[in-house]
Design a binder for this molecule. Sequence first.
Ligand code: SAM
Length: 278
Amino acid sequence: MLSYRHSFHAGNFADVIKHIILVEILESLTQKDKPFEYIDTHSGAGLFNLKSNNALKLQEHETGIGKLSAKSFPELKRYFQVIQSFNNSPKVNVYPGSPSIAKYFLRPQDCASMFELHPKDHQSLSKNMENKRKIRVNCDDGLKKLDSLLPPTSRRGLVLIDPSYEVKFEYDQVIKSVENAYRKFATGIYAIWYPVVDRKTIERMEGKLIRSGIKNIQRFEVGVAPDSDERGMTSSGMFVINPPWKLMGTMSTLLPKLAKTLSEDKQSIFKCDVLVKE
Ligand code: SAM
């Protein structure tokens, strides 16, 4: 399989939502000196040139990061600081993927495991993460290997699960892997990305999570258009297990404004709720 390449989609509206949440979680993990482990099961190449042929082909970043600015979103100061650290000018020509965002936050006491199956993207990822002794980059199946890494020695950690959902069974596979992982590491933070292409598929995923016995699950989602079976992804979101305590407050103020800005016709389509209480 593996026909998906994230370089065609980097910086799109789904990346924006995902990475804003990622920044919020990493920021909160670094508030304490205690080390933490970051696990990225589907890492991608790590860093994306928005002037590359792939990025220019679909220009998805234009309707994602291209619609936002540090000036119009002062509440996203940290997110823009991270992006700017990869650019030489105020214009965003290079967009950081999840591994680069994590690399920005990792301190000497923290460590990371990153997985990327596509050989070319794995090669780029290894290059983008080089010189970081505590980041392990693996050309392996992140979902299959997750279990073996848990619980981390530090007993603090964030697992980002960000598949491309190229095949339908991935939705079930993700939930099964999270259930297994949670059994070994119930206090970990899990951030699970999903696209809304077919609402019923996501409702099924949501139902499985709710019935899984896992506690403390929140959901954050933004739509650029109403649900529809006739086009691709209309909304995109994250399920977050054991979120930092401030996340709900931050996102409930941010999402209405963000959704309006990213929407195709200035509608504000979003979800921000607690799926399972603590
Ligand atoms: N997390 C990245 C980011 O935020 O920049 C984007 C990841 S992209 C949506 C999904 C990536 O997972 C693709 O690069 C794909 O090659 C890779 N992939 C697909 N199945 C995988 C698996 N089972 N294990 C590890 N990587 C996988």
